[in-house]
Design a protein around this ligand. Structure first.
Ligand SMILES: Cc1ncc(COP(=O)(O)O)c(C=O)c1O
Length: 523
């Protein structure tokens, strides 16, 4: 008897349940079911049993065998078939095992004229022990939900002895203290989906000062700029929708866009912005639904687009009429004083969404961000916001209002920049000591990250476990690409959060892990 685990390991091919439509009477219960109901029907062992019995009746009708293995020429008595001949031979035994030990995640139900085909992949088969509650009733899109590597690494890095270069966290020392005096009591009441009117005015004024032509009516306060990406994904992405992203790009953007089924195309990043030839080709050939860019101190690469590239990108998007989503959480964290007009402010025709946050300058725990959208997009985003969470938390919005547009905020930003500049410099010095022979990098002029490219590439995901064994956490570079396996050999290192007294030791240990892996690879 195969154990469930062995079964999962051996079960390399997809298999399918096929219901021929010839026997209208016996098939009708299947065909009348919506795809989702079929999924639900197959979701639980007991319901599956019911289906089995129903089909058993059909199967007894020799004239119209109802469900057959697709690879079988002749109709088959049993209604589950497997993708390999050997397994077909063991069909009945495995069938029993499946019912006893496993449940299915039905991947795809194709109700065609000829047949109902329910295909199930090896990854859609779970031992019942893992199938809690209504797992099998989850939506089809959940099969695409990847866990965020960064969340997992951060969880592992919770141990106090761990030296973490992994997250994008502000330094604790620079989190401003919250004041509660003067907060109106009715702030606890429900608020407007658009956000607090005064905050919208303040944000619109700030954006206009940067060169984004907008009114407060175009500002939507969101629960962190991550929510902008969620709303945009809902607005634009169906399964297979083509979108264009920088390579590398923000991990959690990939996560949400892929969840909704996007076909993520990549435009390569150069030191001063995207490769323009590749951008033009992608726009021309694929007409993506939108392009998502982080032009100022990009996460993870720290790239800041040049003036020329900003202009060129805007011109191309106008030419092809492709919507721009411009994400700028790091704009204010500039170390050389440079500040460039956002790309959305350079567009003449294309639709756009500009998004920012207080997470990197004030407190990420407030969960206050904003989006500003071109007037054609705003009403749709507002409705999506309403259906997502009614409105962003008003206490956080009130706190943000105590800062945005004030002198106090400007002073805080000056301190923040100088604090992070010092950390950047210390990090650069330590990197030169430990990684000079191992990697190449640009010194970031802002933001929170160094992006290292190993001189001798290897899959940096394999370094994670040995690094954590040495109490060091970092972010492997591969997951920042939609095709990770084609981009081996980069690391993202956060320099803002680590205690300077532990910086040198942390990088020393990480370099040793890299060296060891490279020697092992060479051997
Ligand atoms: C590029 C980028 N966009 C969005 C976010 C999300 O920020 P928020 O805390 O505002 O949701 C981050 C956070 O790290 C980020 O790096």
């Amino acid at each position: 008897m195969l154990e469930p685990h062995t079964f999962l390991c051996q079960f390399q091919q997809a298999f399918a349940l096929v219901g021929l439509r010839r026997n209208a009477v016996d098939q009708v219960h299947l065909l009348q079911l919506a795809q989702r109901h079929v999924q639900r029907l197959l979701a639980h062992a007991e319901q599956f049993q019911q289906l089995l019995h129903a089909q058993g009746r059909v199967a007894r009708d020799k004239k119209y065998d109802a469900l057959v293995h697709p690879a079988q020429a002749a109709a088959f008595e049993h209604f589950i078939g497997f993708g390999s001949e050997r397994l077909v031979a063991e069909e009945e035994r495995l069938h029993r095992l499946l019912l006893a030990a496993l449940v299915f995640k039905v991947k795809h139900v194709d109700v065609s004229i000829q047949a109902v085909v329910i295909s199930v992949n090896q990854f859609d088969v779970f031992p019942t022990g893992f199938a809690t509650g209504d797992l099998m009733a989850f939506s089809e899109r959940v099969t695409r939900l990847k866990s965020s590597l960064i969340r997992e690494i951060l969880a592992a890095a919770q141990r106090p002895q761990v030296m973490s270069f992994a997250g994008g966290l502000p330094a604790e020392a620079m989190l401003p203290a919250l004041q509660w005096e003067g907060m109106p009591l009715n702030i606890g009441q429900y608020g407007m989906s658009e956000g607090e009117p005064q905050l919208r005015e303040l944000l619109a004024a700030e954006a206009r000062a940067l060169g984004v032509p907008c009114q407060a009516s175009q500002v939507l306060v969101v629960s962190g700029s991550q929510q902008t990406l969620d709303l945009a994904a809902k607005l634009y992405i169906d399964k297979g929708t083509k979108i264009l992203l920088e390579g590398p790009t923000y991990l959690a953007a990939l996560q949400i866009f892929q969840l909704f089924g996007a076909d993520c195309l990549t435009v390569q990043l150069e030191a001063d912005g995207p490769d323009l030839a590749s951008l033009r080709t992608n726009l021309e050939r694929h007409r993506p639904a939108f392009i998502y860019l982080i032009p100022t101190f990009q996460n993870p690469s720290a790239v800041r687009y040049s003036e020329a590239k900003r202009e060129a990108v805007a011109a191309l998007l106008d030419e092809f009429g492709v919507t721009l989503i411009e994400d700028e959480p790091y704009r204010e964290l500039t170390f050389d004083g440079g500040s460039a007009k956002p790309i959305v402010g350079r567009l003449n025709k294309a639709s756009w969404i500009y998004t920012g946050t207080v997470s990197k300058t004030l407190l990420p725990g407030l969960r206050v961000g904003y989006l500003i959208a071109s007037p054609d997009l705003f009403p749709h985003l507002l409705k999506l916001k309403q259906s997502a969470d009614l409105h962003t938390n008003r206490v956080g919005q009130w706190q943000a209002m105590q800062w945005i547009g004030t002198q106090k905020y400007q002073q805080h930003l000056v301190q923040l920049r100088s604090f992070y500049r010092e950390r950047r410099d210390a990090f650069q010095a330590a990197l030169l000591r430990h990684f000079g022979e191992l990697a190449d990098w640009q010194v970031p002029q802002g933001g929170l990250f160094f992006w290292l490219t190993l001189k001798q590439p290897l899959d940096t995901r394999t370094l994670l476990a040995p690094a954590l064994d040495q109490d060091v956490a970092f972010m492997p570079g591969e997951p920042f690409f939609s095709e990770p396996d084609q981009h081996l050999g980069s690391l993202r290192l956060n320099f803002s959060h680590i205690d300077p007294s532990r910086l040198d030791e942390g990088l020393k240990r990480l370099a040793a892990v890299v060296c060891q892996a490279q020697h092992a690879q060479a051997a």
